[in-house]
Design a protein around this ligand. Structure first.
Ligand code: HEC
Ligand code: HEC
Length: 368
């Protein structure tokens, strides 16, 4: 194999050399019959060959052949050639393309782009069908058949009545429903100017401020926790340490405040929360609600924060942030209030939850 390839190469090379020399000699007395400056390869395409390729139809009607077809003829052709894939009414069979309907969906979440709802020019429909359909037997349709099929597609998209006939004569009178939503590319004026100025390469910002740390943003992976998932376990069992804190806070007379060690541990743990929650003086809601006055408050009751429906429902049911609920929520946010929007996997242990609660109470105060 490699041998013969080598041989071929050698051959080609010498042939090329011979050819080059020969061409050079030839060119002097008898220039190649090609375009000026060409290589003398190939030949000029025949008009018939160009015509076979030159089948594009333009929006202004250029390229459109003389012919016509009506909705009824189109329907028959459709049933025979197209409906197996596109459905009897253009609604599509299975996952083949939908060709009708979809009006009013383009600015929604699930736009249905069809000939009727989306395409700006009828010429594209004609061109597409003529060029590429039926799938697997492209370019087998007569011009009049294409006119009829386009007319039928217009009918399926409520653009015409069933007695309509389309022809090269009335073709340009048709305006597609979505044509006005297309406009000329104006980025040269609107966007290009924005990034063609001199780029700033040094001292571009007045001052540099660190707004967040990777640890806080939770992008630094932590070691795999062992038995992290035991959802809801905290709902029933409260650690003893926490009970002390509750009592301390519940009785104003009690000399002992919250356990400072627990609060300190909670402050450390709160770094996981700080990318979304603020707490303390001047705290405001950001990604998550600010957490002042949360302990003892109804779930989802911070003014001005847009809670999820799951939270709104929990609020309506009278649920309150007491120890049990807070612990269960912090251990397994998604399991405890399904459908809520706190994108946080939960703390590792009941001890961590207790420390966080102590911190939230100490730093943010309790609900009155
Ligand atoms: C075997 C299945 C099949 C048949 C039969 C078929 N088509 Fe299609 N059609 C397709 C597929 C697949 C596409 C998408 C092709 C692509 O995106 O490359 C398509 C695309 C189209 C489109 C463009 C849809 C869009 O929104 O991009 C039109 C219009 C169309 N077909 C019309 C027809 C007509 C008219 C016939 C009958 C003459 C027909 N098709 C027969 C499979 C079929
Ligand atoms: C990725 C952002 C994010 C992180 C991290 C996060 N939370 Fe949240 N938190 C939220 C959002 C959002 C809500 C509101 C949920 C809803 O409306 O469904 C919420 C709600 C809460 C609530 C209920 C507040 C109320 O007003 O009812 C508490 C308490 C809470 N989070 C505590 C914490 C604690 C403690 C941590 C850290 C251990 C934490 N969160 C981590 C986003 C976050």
């Amino acid at each position: 194999m490699s041998k013969s390839v080598k041989l071929m190469k050698t051959l080609t090379l010498s042939t090329a050399l011979v050819a080059a020399t020969a061409t050079f000699a030839l060119a002097q007395e008898n220039p190649a019959p090609s375009q000026d400056g060409g290589y003398g390869l190939g030949r000029t395409a025949l008009p018939e060959e160009i015509a076979a390729w030159d089948i594009d139809i333009r929006p202004d009607g250029q390229g459109l052949p003389v012919g016509s077809g009506d909705v009824w003829t189109g329907e028959e052709l459709w049933i025979d050639n197209c409906s197996v894939c596109h459905g009897d009414f253009g609604e599509a069979v299975g996952r083949w393309p939908v060709l009708a309907g979809g009006f009013g969906t383009l600015d929604g979440e699930d736009p249905v782009k069809t000939v009727g709802s989306y395409w700006p020019y009828l010429s594209t429909v004609w061109d597409y069908i003529h060029r590429a359909m039926p799938y697997g037997a492209a370019q087998s349709l007569e011009d009049d058949e294409v006119y009829a099929l386009v007319a039928y597609l217009m009918y399926l998209n409520n653009m015409v009545e069933d007695d309509f006939e389309l022809s090269n004569e009335n073709f340009l009178e048709v305006a597609m429903p979505n044509e006005d939503a297309f406009f000329m590319d104006d980025r040269a004026e609107t966007e290009y100017t924005l990034f063609t100025g001199e780029p700033c390469m040094e001292n571009c910002a007045d001052s540099i401020e660190i707004t967040s740390r990777a640890m806080v943003l939770n992008v630094t992976p932590e070691a795999e926790e062992e038995a992290a998932a035991e959802p809801g376990a905290g709902a029933e069992v409260m650690p003893a340490a926490e009970e002390t804190v509750v009592e301390a806070a519940a009785e104003p007379e009690a000399p002992a405040g919250p356990d400072p060690e627990l609060v300190a541990a909670g402050e450390g743990l709160f770094r996981q929360c700080a990318s979304c929650h603020q707490i303390g003086e001047g705290a405001v809601s950001r990604v998550g609600p600010m957490l002042n006055n949360t302990y003892g408050a109804p779930v989802g009751s911070h003014e001005g924060f847009r809670y999820s429906p799951a939270f709104t429902e929990a609020n309506a049911s009278g649920m309150v942030w007491d120890d049990a609920n807070l612990t269960a929520y912090l251990l397994d946010p998604r399991g405890f209030i399904p459908g809520n929007r706190m994108a946080f996997r939960g703390v590792r242990s009941e001890e961590d939850a207790a420390a966080l609660i102590a911190y939230i109470r100490a730093e943010g105060g309790d609900h009155e």
